[in-house]
Write a protein that binds this ligand. Structure first.
Ligand SMILES: *[C@@H]1O[C@H](CO)[C@@H](O)[C@H](O)[C@H]1NC(C)=O
Ligand SMILES: *[C@@H]1O[C@H](CO)[C@@H](O)[C@H](O)[C@H]1NC(C)=O
Ligand SMILES: *[C@@H]1O[C@H](CO)[C@@H](O)[C@H](O)[C@H]1NC(C)=O
Length: 189
């Protein structure tokens, strides 16, 4: 087993050395139609619900770093949750699954609860199955609407850009589970 991995490692190493030394050009311009960029860009509106399940036996969002006690705040400053949250078409968990949100949020506000959100939304719906959108932004959770940036993507979302608007649909005050409505406006090819 170990030998196999070692041989694989050597093969990959030799292969990458070869491609590195064999390439003449580090960078060169290419015809944009080779990447399908000759098509007109589309604007799409996606709407779905994000389920932050922190309670119960099968949480999808787990605190991996607790808030710091080095500063005196009531904003959970320093907390980090890693998540693999379901995205559903309707607000109930039993409605159609359209994808998953994988990433983390970190509490980065000392005067109010502001989360730094860094997530990949990977879709499972037919046309977008396997394609992902990358989201990064500031989420002041107690504001009525919040906006995060779509900074790129993969598959159908190569070269994507746009933004997501967030609206809390419900929060269970006992369990802290939250359901948030996401409206994403994205420009892509
Ligand atoms: C790029 O490729 C397309 C399709 O092959 C061609 O029609 C076009 O003339 C090319 N453009 C340039 C600048 O070479
Ligand atoms: C934290 O801040 C509050 C309000 O500003 C203050 O009453 C409290 O004494 C502070 N606690 C510590 C441990 O500094
Ligand atoms: C999505 O892709 C996965 C992996 O390629 C495949 O197993 C699955 O059946 C696909 N789902 C749909 C709805 O096309």
């Amino acid at each position: 087993m170990t030998t196999t991995y070692f041989l694989l490692f050597i093969t990959i190493l030799l292969h990458s050395c070869h491609t590195l030394t064999g390439a003449d050009d580090f960078v060169r311009p290419i015809n944009r139609s080779l990447l399908g960029l000759n098509k007109e860009e589309r604007v799409s509106h996606f709407k779905f619900y994000w389920h932050d399940i922190v309670s119960g036996k099968n949480p999808t969002s787990v605190q991996v770093i607790p808030p710091t006690n080095k500063v005196n705040t009531t904003t959970f400053f320093g907390l980090v949750n890693i998540l693999d949250n379901p995205l559903t078409l309707g607000p109930t968990l039993s409605s159609k699954l359209v994808g998953r949100a994988q990433g983390f949020y970190a509490s980065t506000g000392q005067t109010e609860v502001d989360l730094l959100m860094a997530m990949n939304f990977v879709f499972v719906d037919e046309k977008y199955n396997g394609s992902s959108i990358t989201i990064l932004g500031r989420n002041p959770v107690f504001s009525k609407t919040r906006e995060l940036a779509v900074i790129g993507g993969s598959g159908a979302f190569r070269f994507a850009r746009g933004y997501a608007q967030l609206k809390t649909y419900s929060v269970n005050l006992k369990t802290a589970d939250a359901i948030v409505e996401y409206n994403i406006y994205v420009i892509h090819y």
